[in-house]
Design a protein around this ligand. Structure first.
Ligand SMILES: [Zn+2]
Length: 231
């Protein structure tokens, strides 16, 4: 059966080397920022008139999905996840009033999506913060809200299979037991995180079909996606 839709809303952040940067905190062996390189020019001698570029990027650059292995040693990798996870119903939680930097509580989520969230849904957390994404500054990070521990548990209990963010997803409630506690907890329960979304304000329905397929990379903890909502 064909999927009927009127419009495709692109909710992916541009991978633009002029406006994209990643934090490189302690522990990285290399600062691999997103960059593009021309490997062959159209007029290269013997080059058959083609241009060929390559990119340098982390698998976590731009809109992407994190498989459980990202936070859990031995956890499932991208190629082990069923593709059906990445195509299906998504609901949008309007949390614009949590800007800047406020807590997203269980009550907030109940109020935003509690009446229509179904087990197996994907949940997109909307603040519109990334509509003015500034390259990932400290200011951008600090202005991003955070899920409380109980809100994270609620998403897991309600059966969310993907949690998408249009703001920095690494902030946690003050006093959290671990760094990246919420992302780690989601990964530990097999929930996929999908950061660096944008344009969620263009989704005019409560429930849409999300398509965000990862690349067919073998042996990786994350993959870039082109995330779209069918309306
Ligand atoms: Zn990631």
């Amino acid at each position: 059966m064909a999927t009927a839709f009127d419009r495709i809303v692109d909710i992916s952040l541009e991978l633009d080397p002029r406006n994209f940067a990643m934090r490189t905190p302690t522990g990285f062996t290399k600062d691999l920022q997103f960059a593009m390189e021309v490997l062959k020019e159209h007029d290269a001698p013997g080059g058959a008139g083609q241009i060929v570029r390559g990119v340098h990027m982390r698998l976590h650059a731009g809109s992407h999905v994190d498989a459980p292995e990202h936070n859990v040693r031995g956890g499932a990798q991208i190629h082990e996840l069923p593709l059906a996870l990445f195509i299906g119903d998504a609901v949008i939680a309007d949390l614009r009033d949590k800007m800047p930097g406020k807590a997203i509580t269980q009550t907030d989520l109940e109020k935003a999506i509690g009446s229509y969230l179904r087990h197996g849904d994907r949940v997109l957390l909307r603040t519109d913060h990334n509509n003015s994404y500034d390259g990932g500054s400290d200011k951008w990070m600090k202005a991003s809200p955070y899920l409380t521990i109980e809100a994270t548990r609620w998403l897991i209990e309600k059966g969310a299979v993907i949690v998408g963010y249009d703001f920095y997803h690494g902030n946690d409630e003050p006093g959290s037991p671990r760094v990246f506690h919420n992302s780690r907890t989601l990964s530990e329960h097999g929930v996929i995180t999908m950061p660096y979304l944008k344009n969620l304000d263009r989704i005019t329905k409560q429930r849409v079909t999300l398509i965000a397929l990862p690349l067919n990379i073998i042996g990786a903890e994350a993959s870039p996606v082109r995330a779209v909502a069918l309306i």
